[in-house]
Design a protein around this ligand. Structure first.
Ligand SMILES: [Cu+2]
Length: 200
C-alpha cells in the first residue's frame, strides 16, 4: 500500500508541475544510477576456423545430400546431455542450402531420453521448447516427452530439406535440456560451404 501511496503522490506532483520536463527534472536524482550490468553471456563464442569433415558428416554432391550421425550422450560431457560431445553451441554444423539432410539420431545416454530437431532460435533457450522445427520433418518423435522421446539405446532417422540459408540450432526438446546446454549450432550456407567447426 505504501508503494501505491507514493505513486499517487508522484502523479499529483507531476500534475501540479506545469510540464513534463520540469517534473521529470524534479524527480530525478542529480546523477543517474549506473546502468544495470549487461547480462552475463551464457553462450560460448560460435566456433570458427576451418571446416572439417568428421566421419559422422558425409556429403554427396551428386544427390545433394548430407548424411549426419548425431549421438546424444556420445560422451559424459554435461551429464551426457550433449550431441557428439558438443554442448552450448561448441560445435557448428554447416550444410549447403537446398541439400537433403538425413540425420541418424542415436541415444547413447545410459539413463535419459533425448530428442533432436532444428530450430530457428540459436541462443537463450527456455526451460520448455516449442517443438516446431525450422524445416518440415526436422525433428524426432515425441520430442518433449521424457518417456516417449528417443530412449537410451534407441535411434531414429529424420530427413528434411535445408531449403533456407541461415543460422539455426540443433536442440534437445526435453524440458531443461537445451537451456542447460544440449544444443549445437546448425548453419545452412548460401555459398555451398559445408562441414563442421569445433568438433573434437
Ligand atoms: Cu536431452
Amino acid at each position: 500500500m505504501k508503494r501505491f501511496a507514493t505513486l499517487s503522490l508522484v502523479v499529483a506532483l507531476a500534475a501540479c508541475g506545469g510540464g513534463e520536463s520540469s517534473s521529470n527534472q524534479a524527480n530525478q536524482p542529480a546523477s543517474q544510477p549506473a546502468a544495470e550490468p549487461a547480462a552475463q553471456p551464457t553462450e560460448a563464442a560460435a566456433p570458427s576456423g576451418p571446416m572439417t569433415m568428421p566421419d559422422w558428416y558425409q556429403k554427396d554432391d551428386a544427390t545433394k545430400t548430407v548424411s549426419l550421425t548425431i549421438t546424444a550422450g556420445a560422451t559424459d560431457a554435461n551429464n551426457h546431455w550433449n550431441f557428439n560431445g558438443g554442448t552450448h553451441g561448441s560445435i557448428a554444423i554447416t550444410v549447403p542450402e537446398g541439400y537433403t539432410v538425413k540425420i541418424h539420431f542415436q541415444n547413447d545416454d545410459p539413463a535419459m531420453a533425448h530428442s533432436m530437431g532444428i530450430v530457428a532460435q540459436t541462443s537463450d533457450f527456455g526451460a520448455s521448447m516449442d517443438p516446431t522445427p525450422a524445416f518440415p520433418g526436422a525433428i524426432t518423435t515425441n520430442p518433449t516427452s521424457m518417456t516417449d522421446a528417443t530412449l537410451p539405446g534407441k535411434s531414429e532417422d529424420v530427413t528434411f530439406t535445408a531449403d533456407k540459408a541461415g543460422n539455426y540450432a540443433m536442440v534437445c526438446f526435453i524440458p531443461g535440456h537445451a537451456a542447460t546446454g544440449m544444443y549445437l549450432l546448425f548453419n545452412v550456407s548460401s555459398d555451398g560451404s559445408a562441414g563442421v567447426q569445433g568438433a573434437a
